[in-house]
Ligand binder design. Structure first.
Ligand code: TEU
Ligand code: CA
Length: 579
């Protein structure tokens, strides 16, 4: 059997991501909670994963589902308490699972005590902890924000504060004021009272939210005008990867090193390999790895993410995106990640596979499992991905969408179009395809009402998908040909073939093919060939003929596909070299 190189634990690890609000509700209030997670640790361990990452469970008024933190040392009461967290951390460790938390320190909630103090007066001791600027005035004497930056959730990135008559910066919601990282007291407090507080409780690392946005262009210049009809402009180049960002991350790493904690940074808007390596090259002592957006950004609108058509991407673009992220570890001292879902993304089967029929849904979920499990880097699996959960149905109305990213957009379209029903329909269609809400639907545990997420009598904070009667853990656990059984098999195979699947070098084949994604993975003279049909028609696997490739696994079953040169719709296969 192949053996994996002796390496840091996180390289050959599979990390299961949990969204606390939507995973499991233990007390029937409709909101997932820490006890719910605790009660499913055996299930999580049964998947064959090594660690869990929990999305923010800190105290928060929940304008952005806990990414707006009002107290880093408290747990959001509906989720539980700090003691419950300690219990969960210890229970994970007792099962041999590691646990990482979400570190959200680009901004706080506007209800955090630091911000309340900061906004109280211009001379407050914490005034400089956030980013305050005076107004500008136009030729008519109208008050304007300091620059034209657009917030990531729409509207100006600046909010006027009546008390002290200045604007504060918020790259995300109005309720998420950005911390001023230039202030050394802010950095020290983040290290000590946020990071060390939880590291001392035994957490094994952090997923670092918006890791490249702490350092902004200090001149706060206007962004180039790309949409002249709009008062605000996309400004990523002025607040991502700013001049002091690497200094700040190196400082954080000094704290993390003491605990041997792992980090995975969320690295938006950084599509070049050089840009990524600046953060993940081991010699730089910054982050262990990052989530690049190459794949999950496919098909999104450039001005507004929802301003796009359905499936506005072609397979060769995905290939280039994968190649870019795979190359990060080819001949470098850097490391990469493998993921296509998280709490900010629609479901991968709906976006990249097909949810049109139950057959296509099943087939594409399994094909995507082969895809993910054969790519190099640390693999992340998002709750529900392992059972092939899909986007909310097309029939669902706008009232089922709760996420601020979706609702802000819908409201903007309503205002700008004067309530035009066609425009609103278009917006809803885009949301049905790309909204963050889809990943936040309750986890589908069983065919019971509320999908076994909440007791049948409860009212979950988001409605359970209508298809939970078909797609759920219980049904799939008892079925050896289910998506779940296939994922488990693939996760085992990934470990068995770690030298090739986790550490191997990726070699893209047949780049221009718009239906089949094929590639080799190579390591020390060994190689495998992976062929994935991204279409709903049979496709030929060109490379295999007459070359001595032996079928290792097929997503439709080895018998069904042996001897057939054609891939079935949405089928995936792995061949091993026998030459
Ligand atoms: O996301 C930051 C981010 O840049 C995007 O993923 C963003 O959510 C998306 O483009 C909007 O369409 C992180 C968190 O993962 C996200 O949940 C938070 O809302 C955000 O930071 C603010 O903390
Ligand atoms: Ca609950």
């Amino acid at each position: 059997m192949a053996s994996a190189p002796a390496e840091k634990w996180w390289k050959n690890s599979i990390i299961y991501q949990i969204y606390p609000a939507s995973f499991k509700d233990s007390n029937g209030d409709g909101i997932g909670d820490l006890n719910g997670i605790l009660s499913e640790l055996d299930y999580i361990a049964s998947l064959g994963v090594d660690a869990i990452w929990i999305c923010p469970m800190y105290d928060s008024p929940q304008y952005d589902m806990g990414y707006d933190i009002s107290d880093y040392q408290k747990v959001y009461a509906p989720y539980g308490t700090v003691e419950d967290m300690q219990t969960l951390i210890d229970a994970c460790h007792a099962k041999g699972l590691r646990i990482i938390l979400d570190l959200v320190v680009n901004h706080t909630s506007h209800e955090h005590a630091w911000f309340k103090e900061s906004r109280s007066s211009k001379t407050s001791a914490k005034r400089d902890w956030y980013i305050w600027r005076p107004a500008k005035y136009d030729a008519n004497g109208k008050r304007c924000p300091p620059n034209n930056w657009r917030a990531i959730f729409g509207g100006s990135a600046w909010e006027w504060d009546e008390t002290t008559e200045e604007y504060y910066l918020h790259l995300f919601c109005v309720e998420q004021p950005d911390l001023n990282w230039e202030n050394p007291d802010v950095r020290k407090t983040v290290h000590k009272d946020v990071m060390e507080f939880w590291l001392n409780k035994g957490v094994d690392g952090f997923r670092v939210d918006t890791v490249n946005m702490y350092s902004k262009d200090p001149a706060y210049p206007d962004a180039p005008v790309l949409s002249p009809e709009s008062e605000t402009q996309v400004a990523f180049s002025l607040f991502c990867n700013g001049p002091r960002i690497h200094e700040y991350i190196r400082e954080m790493n000094e704290v993390l090193e003491k605990y041997d904690a792992m980090t995975v940074g969320e690295l938006a808007q950084t599509p070049t390999m050089e840009g990524v390596l600046r953060y993940v090259s081991a010699a730089k002592k910054e982050l262990n790895m990052v989530f690049s957006f190459d794949v999950v950004d496919l098909g999104m609108g450039k001005d507004y993410k929802f301003l796009t058509g359905k499936r506005n991407w072609a397979l060769p673009e995905m290939k280039t995106a994968i190649q870019r992220t795979q190359n990060i570890l080819n001949g470098t001292d850097g490391w990469t990640t493998v993921f296509m879902e998280n709490h900010d993304q629609a479901r991968s089967v709906s976006r990249f596979g097909s949810d049109k029929t139950p057959e296509a849904r099943d087939a594409s979920a399994k094909m995507l499992a082969i895809f993910q499990c054969t790519l190099s880097g640390t693999q992340f699996v998002y709750q529900g991905q392992e059972i092939g959960m899909v986007n909310a149905p097309e029939e669902w109305g706008v009232e089922e969408y709760k996420d601020v990213d979706s609702t802000n957009y819908y409201h903007m379209v309503r205002e700008m179009s004067n309530n035009d029903p066609d425009k609103l329909k278009e917006a809803l269609q885009a949301m049905q395809h790309l909204a963050r809400d889809h990943s936040r639907l309750p986890m589908q545990w069983s065919a019971e009402p509320n999908a076994g997420f909440s007791p049948p009598s409860a009212k979950p904070w988001m409605r359970a998908h209508d298809n939970h009667t078909e797609i759920n853990v219980q049904a799939q656990n008892d079925n050896s040909s289910s998506v779940l059984s296939f994922w488990k098999k693939m996760l085992r195979l990934r470990k068995e073939y770690a030298d090739l699947f986790v550490f191997g070098i990726f070699e893209l084949l047949d780049e221009q093919n718009g239906e089949v994604f094929s590639y080799m993975k190579k390591s020390g003279g060994k190689s495998v060939l992976v062929a994935l049909n991204f279409s709903d028609t049979p496709q030929k696997v060109e490379q295999v003929e007459g070359r001595g490739w032996e079928l290792l696994i097929s997503s439709v079953g080895e018998e069904a596909s042996a001897g057939d040169a054609n891939l079935q719709p949405w089928e995936g296969r792995i061949y091993e070299a026998s030459f």
